[in-house]
Design a protein around this ligand. Structure first.
Ligand code: BDR
Ligand code: CA
Length: 307
């Protein structure tokens, strides 16, 4: 039976791949895609999502969500994703968002669900946190929360914090406290999934569909990361989606995870206790390794299924 999911995103060059993977995969039923400001403002992430779903001929409803975190100010990340969020690759415009704001729609879907729903978060946690904190009894309808978020060592937006966790740390803390299983694809995991020019070239050999071509074009704009000797760039968000589709590609460890919510330089850090030094309850599963060859094969195979 397919896994019912809600995908919350902020496209984003890697969100674009994650969206396509989710839409192309029969293992998942995407009930809705909800959008937040993140990599770039909501005024770009929303049309980007609509353009991507239209390109895939998808009828999954797309809903606008938060344009800022629960606390503090919105800050974008144009260095990786370009000013428009998709590296300057222009897609045909999509349609209009479906009426209903993200948090309201997430609550409605959970309320009406016959079976628990998996929440996938690949942007700031604001939409998911708003939904769960405004009607906490609905958490019983959440099967699990699968996130691309956090890091157990150093961050990417500050020395301490990963971008999604740092963008809305209070939102992420709400998810961690909600009592449902939380799964983390951290920076250490996504560092193993480097998009390289050779891997993009291999994807291109799989077909000539417009979605495959668009994703290859978008990924080609992502700067090669000096953190990885400029060999490639981490393909973060698809790791969270791929874990649901092919968990056997990953290894994982149960950990306790807490947020640094302080105002100082480590704000947004995910304190991931991989060796149970604190003895705190194990409230999260942290993905530790991924078979990158298998992951990129899966992505190529699924992208080639799309129009
Ligand atoms: C995360 O932040 C964004 O830049 C990416 O889309 C990903 O979700 C990586 O830190
Ligand atoms: Ca993202």
């Amino acid at each position: 039976m397919p896994i019912p999911v809600i995908l919350d995103c902020d496209p984003g060059t890697d969100d674009a791949v994650a969206i396509m993977l989710a839409l192309a995969s029969p293992e998942l039923t995407v009930l809705a895609i909800t959008v937040a400001g993140g990599n770039v403002g909501l005024n770009s992430t929303l049309p980007n999502t609509l353009a991507l779903t239209a390109l895939a001929n998808s009828t999954v409803p797309v809903h606008a969500g938060a344009d800022r975190p629960l606390i503090g100010q919105f800050v974008s990340e144009p260095r990786v994703h370009g000013a428009d969020g998709l590296g300057g690759v222009v897609l045909p415009p999509g349609g209009s968002p479906t009426p209903g704001l993200a948090a309201d729609v997430i609550r409605r879907i959970l309320r009406d669900a016959a079976e628990p729903v998996t929440l996938i978060g690949i942007g700031p946690a604001t939409n998911l946190a708003l939904a769960l904190t405004t009607e906490p009894t609905l958490t019983t309808k959440v099967k699990q929360i699968v996130l691309m978020s956090g890091a157990w060592a150093e961050g990417n937006v500050t020395p301490a914090a990963e971008f999604n966790a740092w963008s809305d740390p209070e939102g992420l803390a709400i998810l961690l406290a909600c009592g449902r299983p939380v799964v983390f694809a951290t920076l250490e995991l996504t560092a193993q999934a480097l998009t390289t020019p050779a891997r993009i070239a291999t994807w291109r050999t799989r077909g000539n569909g417009r979605c495959l071509r668009a994703i290859c074009d978008i990924q080609s704009t992502v700067p090669l990361s000096p953190r990885f000797s400029s060999l490639g760039a981490p393909l973060h968000d698809p790791c969270a989606v791929a874990w649901l589709i092919r968990p056997e590609l990953f290894t994982a460890r149960d950990c306790s995870v807490r947020m640094d919510l302080g105002p100082g330089p480590s704000r947004g850090r995910t304190l991931i206790d991989r060796w149970n030094r604190t003895g705190d309850p194990l409230n999260a599963t942290v993905l530790e390794t991924v078979d990158a060859v298998g992951l990129f094969e899966l992505l190529g195979e699924r992208l080639a299924l799309l129009p």
